[in-house]
Design a protein around this ligand. Sequence first.
Ligand code: 4AZ
Length: 277
Amino acid sequence: MDRKRKHLIRLGAGVAAGLGAAAIAWTGIAANAEPVDTKGDFEAQIIGGGDVAEGQYPWLVGLGSPGEGTAYERQFCGGTVIAEDVVLTAAHCVEESAAADLVVFSGAIDLESEDVVETAVADLHVAEDYNDPIAMANDWALLKLAEPVDVEPIALGTEVEEFDALETAGWGDTGEGFPTTAQWVEVPFVSDADCEAAYPDEVDAASMLCAGDLENGGVDSCQGDSGGPIMSPAGEDQVLVGIVSWGYGCAEAGNPGVYGEVAEFDETIEAVLAGWE
Ligand code: 4AZ
């Protein structure tokens, strides 16, 4: 429970001010705090998933605070390695931070493992149009690392596409607390029209995409997964399609997860990267 409080404080302090829909996301799972169990076989993980295998998503990293304690104790968001010394995360994870307030954890899916590599952040770029035209629009930020990490980067999605299902992963709330080993889950793709119907006036379809089981709930990203990846399905080359951003509760039927849509800002990201070279 301590850990949950820590996350709420950390994220709440950064972003609570006046963000309407988004603020509701940080209240945790469902209002009743019961796991959503519509199929009778619910196993709480990310929400509804399972352990990430070592090497499954090499680019998945944790974002945390520098200082004492294990990576597990300091992690508060996810991130994705998109170049050997660049991590893409959510603007709402870092907008109140300076680079010196941030570290990146790579190299192990278990944040209590001795193999975790901690890397300092040298520079930070928050999307200039974050929260424009509406709250949580363009929810992305880039971290320039103080040194490269030994991690395979993932390519950015460059085309706005429809999918059947996507995969998301992170160390966020499973419904039964925060796991030390990253979790992943397959989430059905939700069309812009269905997402706008779920969250009237709160979806910027240009910079957000949605995923979740609208009918049944049960699978989702959740608090602590923010900033981490949502990816096209495994098999061929995976692509980073989105960034965990917000939602009402987690894994509730009718309330899909909302993600920053990478294909909308991939060119702006490339321009920032070019400026950092
Ligand atoms: C959060 O608070 C959060 N169900 C992340 C994802 C979702 C909700 C909340 C989507 O970081």
